[in-house]
Design a protein around this ligand. Structure first.
Ligand SMILES: *[C@@H]1O[C@H](CO)[C@@H](O)[C@H](O)[C@H]1NC(C)=O
Ligand SMILES: *[C@@H]1O[C@H](CO)[C@@H](O)[C@H](O)[C@H]1NC(C)=O
Ligand SMILES: *[C@@H]1O[C@H](CO)[C@@H](O)[C@H](O)[C@H]1NC(C)=O
Length: 241
């Protein structure tokens, strides 16, 4: 490619990228994550991070961007969706960011950055009924990482400020006593924990207990996890698949 043409292409990318950077809401961003090797469908080396996003087209659902010294950027593209629970789509990587193409949320779902499309129920139900009542194509919210858990906490803290509010989420106390996310993954019930409030889980073993996010600033529960009897009626959080 001759230099003039290259210059023109650069300018073109500049325009496309400045537009794309301007609309900050085209992608959901996960800091400190890389696409798992098994999920990468292709990759590229570019000069600016925005070019990675510009190259994520058609079947591409997400791109991971990391610096490639001395002055380039490496993009890894995946065509697998985040809902594909059979594969570990993302792995932690401190020097990398993953950008997911933004979903279009259905009616009554709100786009929460770094989480996805979220439905907050208007009615309070017990856990079983709540899990069965998420709108079509959604399920009780389960965090993939601390990143989306914290993003959900931030969202709830801004929008639901009544102390003592519980929301059921997709976290169950399995028969083997571990705490499992619906859809895969477990979290330890040890302290200090970035997930659990300091006094939870604390239901007696004789009571079937389920996982909720609780606001109780006096106890430093800023929508941290608490367990509660699964028969209690709480509002619940669903996530579009
Ligand atoms: C959204 O919520 C409103 C009010 O609860 C309800 O009337 C409407 O049917 C809902 N829309 C969809 C697509 O579920
Ligand atoms: C949540 O709070 C933010 C910031 O106050 C606001 O912009 C947004 O509209 C609220 N979302 C909902 C669903 O209430
Ligand atoms: C949960 O609520 C549903 C509907 O209100 C009810 O039929 C069911 O018996 C309840 N289950 C438990 C375990 O409380």
């Amino acid at each position: 490619m001759d230099l003039r043409l290259l210059g023109a292409l650069g300018a073109l990318l500049c325009v496309c990228c400045s537009i794309e950077e301007g609309s900050a809401y085209t992608f959901r961003t996960f800091m400190g994550a890389e696409i798992a090797t098994t999920a990468i469908s292709s990759s590229a080396v570019v000069q600016r991070p925005c070019e990675c996003r510009a190259l994520c087209r058609d079947g591409c659902v997400a791109v991971a961007i990391r610096r490639q010294p001395p002055r380039n950027f490496h993009c890894s593209f995946t065509e697998k969706t985040i809902a594909d629970a059979t594969t570990n789509l993302m792995v932690p990587a401190s020097d990398s960011r993953v950008f997911y193409k933004r979903l279009v949320c259905r009616a009554n779902f709100t786009l929460v950055d770094n989480v996805g499309c979220i439905y907050v129920s208007t009615v309070a139900l017990n856990f079983t009924a709540a899990a069965a009542s998420c709108p079509f194509d959604s399920q009780l919210f389960a965090a993939n990482f601390l990143i989306d858990f914290d993003a959900m906490r931030e969202y709830l803290l801004t929008n639901f400020t009544t102390s003592g509010t519980f929301f059921w989420i997709g976290l169950i106390h399995a028969p083997d006593s571990t705490w499992q996310w619906l859809g895969g993954g477990t979290i330890a019930a040890t302290h200090p924990s970035p997930y659990w409030g300091q006094y939870d889980p604390n239901e007696p073993a004789t009571v079937p207990s389920c996982g909720a996010m609780l606001l109780n600033p006096g106890l430093s529960y800023l929508y941290h996890l608490a367990d509660a009897s699964c028969t209690k009626a709480y509002k619940f959080l669903c996530k579009q698949i």
